[in-house]
Every structure is written in C-alpha cells, then in structure tokens.
Unconditional design. Structure first.
Length: 170
C-alpha cells in the first residue's frame, strides 16, 4: 500500500467510546508512516476509550470534541467500525453536522464495515455491494463491507488524489 497522498494532510478520526481498538491502531500506524496528521474527533472530552475484544481497551487523547470541530479543518474523515461507538455517534447532533458537511462539500470520507450505519443520520442511502467486492466508492465516499482496513485506506488515498486534482482544476 502506497499512501503518498496523505503526506502533510490532516485526517480526522471520528469516534465515541467503544470504537474498535485494533482498527484504530492499524489506521494510526499506516497514517503516521504516510506522514499524515491523525486527529481524534470525539464526543468525549479529554480521553476516549477503545473496545478491545470482549472488554474496554486503552484510552486515547481527544484532539477535538464533536461540538467544536469544523470539517474545513480536515483533509479527510475516517469513521472506524465498532457498534458501541456508532450507536453513540448516531445520537450526536454534532456528528451529524460534521458528516453532513464532509458529504455536502464532497470531501474524502472512509467508513469502515459496520460503521456504515452512521449514514442513516444524514439520510444517505447505503451503497450496494457486489458479490466479491469489499469496497464501494460513491464520489468522495468510500465504504467497506468488512474489516479490510488496507483496502479502505487505499481507496481513501485515491479519493484524496482525485480531490486534490479537482481543487487544482477549479
């Protein structure tokens, strides 16, 4: 995976307590290697807690709360899997505002696996998956139907390249 389009970019990871820790760590490592600035956006202030296997995992520092976050401050948004955190985000008016802003402005967004349910809060239809295809791209939105983080990040990388080309052409 060559994620050259992430270098120097600020990527928001929108979570609430209960996000999948293994997924988070994989994303964090990949984006740090790619030279991106990963910022945790959460409904929690201070620290947010991951879910690891059958119990609570580590706590991670929050860079920005949902209520103070603006989409314009980020180059891309990732919403990782984890039913617990998606249930919490789904009831957050500011999560809705942020996701709606990213989608309205056609900014790059990656939604992983069961996090697809978050699209319901912005009245966006779930994309249709074709048998054997693990990712669907609709404009600047990429959605995986499994936990294949590498495929998701590769797609987000391509979206960011296309987004940069659109900005240059404008």
């Amino acid at each position: 995976m060559r994620m050259t389009n992430f270098a120097g970019k600020t990527v928001g990871l929108m979570v609430a307590s209960g996000f999948d820790e293994a997924t988070f760590i994989t994303i964090q490592k990949a984006l740090l290697v790619a030279g991106a600035k990963l910022k945790i956006i959460s409904s929690d202030a201070g620290l947010t807690n991951a879910w690891h296997g059958n119990g609570w995992g580590m706590s991670y520092p929050v860079d920005s709360t949902l209520s103070t976050t603006l989409a314009v401050d980020y180059d891309a948004l990732i919403i990782p899997n984890g039913n617990r955190h998606i249930e919490k985000l789904s009831s957050e008016v500011h999560a809705k505002r942020i996701l709606r802003a990213f989608l309205r402005e056609e900014m790059p967004v990656l939604i992983l696996a069961d996090a697809i349910k978050i699209l319901d809060i912005v009245d966006t239809a779930h994309p249709d998956f074709i048998d054997g295809v693990n990712i669907v791209r609709v404009g600047n939105l990429a959605v995986t139907n499994n936990d294949d983080i590498v495929v998701g990040l590769d797609s987000l990388n391509e979206i960011m390249l296309d987004f940069q080309d659109e900005i240059r052409a404008a």
